[in-house]
Design a binder for this molecule. Structure first.
Ligand SMILES: [Fe+2]
Length: 315
């Protein structure tokens, strides 16, 4: 049994009134055998049922409804998360990361639908924009639908991204990365981007998805991190948080859960395990975005769309 499996569960801190209750077989991020998480597989019958329901919602104007209900001004949350870091270099005080997650471009989210979100992020004048996976739902080409919107994101040091489990559909994720690179958006695939700010450095570490990535190389991703760097990990699935927390990073940004999407008891069993929105693991803050898109139905209940604005301050 691994150390991770032996670890006792930690309490989940509910940050806000609207934080959904943890659900699933275990309410803490954990995994066995390193950073991998067994992929969830649905039966062919269940997948056909999902697709039929999705088509019905599309025919009934699901995309228009979703944009008006969840992506219009005032309809998505701007979550501000303050992270206090011990020994933070004065030049890094106030360093700001804007996180977008789980866009799921496709039947219910397409070109222009993120215009208000992009405007709100740009208004926050972040230092970095981080996209934490699931750009698509079914086909790699869907990622191109939202690329013009995402290309308008503005920040001091650029936009970085990691893949989520959906993005590996037909193993075409390389095409997404190439298309996005043409617009200056870099995918961190088991890789690190160090960002020097005066006398401080942010090490932005990105890993392949823990369920579907062919190689999840945590050590390789962290190879360029140096002592004194403030490490910020982008990891689509929050289930691997303990691996990175143990390595001593300051922040882990994840998505994947959609905040439950439709936060009702039966629906919760259909989606991924939901550990909460913010969990402190020692000196590491795990921050989980509810995301901006949906899967299956253009509906959210007690799980509003959100953009997360993470600000670093000295402890
Ligand atoms: Fe997702």
């Amino acid at each position: 049994m691994s150390d991770l499996a032996r670890d006792p569960p930690r309490a989940v801190r509910r940050e806000r009134e609207d934080t959904p209750a943890p659900v699933g077989r275990e309410c803490v991020p954990s995994c066995e055998g390193g950073a991998r998480v067994p992929p969830r597989r649905h039966s062919a019958l269940r997948m056909r049922t999902f697709e039929t329901i999705e088509r019905l919602f599309v025919m009934c104007g699901g995309r228009r409804f979703y944009r008006a209900r969840h992506l219009a001004p005032g309809r998505f949350l701007v979550r501000e998360e303050l992270v206090r870091v011990a020994g933070l270099a004065p030049d890094l005080a106030g360093f700001t990361i804007a996180q977008l997650s789980d866009l799921h471009a496709g039947p219910f989210l397409g070109g222009g639908d993120l215009a208000e979100v992009v405007a709100r992020v740009n208004a926050a004048a972040p230092d970095v924009v981080a996209i934490t996976g699931d750009l698509i739902t079914r086909k790699w080409e869907e990622a191109l639908l939202v690329l013009p919107d995402l290309a308008r994101l503005e920040s001091r040091f650029g936009t970085f991204a990691v893949f989520g489990n959906h993005d590996y559909k037909d193993r075409r994720e390389g095409r997404i990365a190439a298309a996005y690179a043409e617009h200056g958006i870099r995918f961190l695939r088991n890789a690190c981007q160090r960002i020097d700010v005066g006398r401080g450095t942010i090490a932005l570490v990105g890993v392949e998805d823990l369920e579907e990535g062919k190689i999840v190389d945590v050590d390789g991703a962290r190879r360029d991190v140096r002592p004194g760097d403030v490490e910020v990990v982008l990891c689509h699935n929050p289930m691997g948080a303990r691996v990175f927390a143990r390595a001593g990073c300051a922040v882990i940004l994840a998505g994947h859960t959609h905040g439950g999407q439709v936060d009702l008891p039966w629906f919760r069993t259909l989606g991924p395990q939901h550990p909460g929105l913010r969990i402190d693991l020692g000196a590491t803050s795990l921050i989980v975005s509810r995301g901006l898109g949906v899967v299956g139905v253009p509906l959210r209940y007690r799980a509003p769309t959100d953009v997360v604005i993470v600000k670093l301050e000295p402890a």
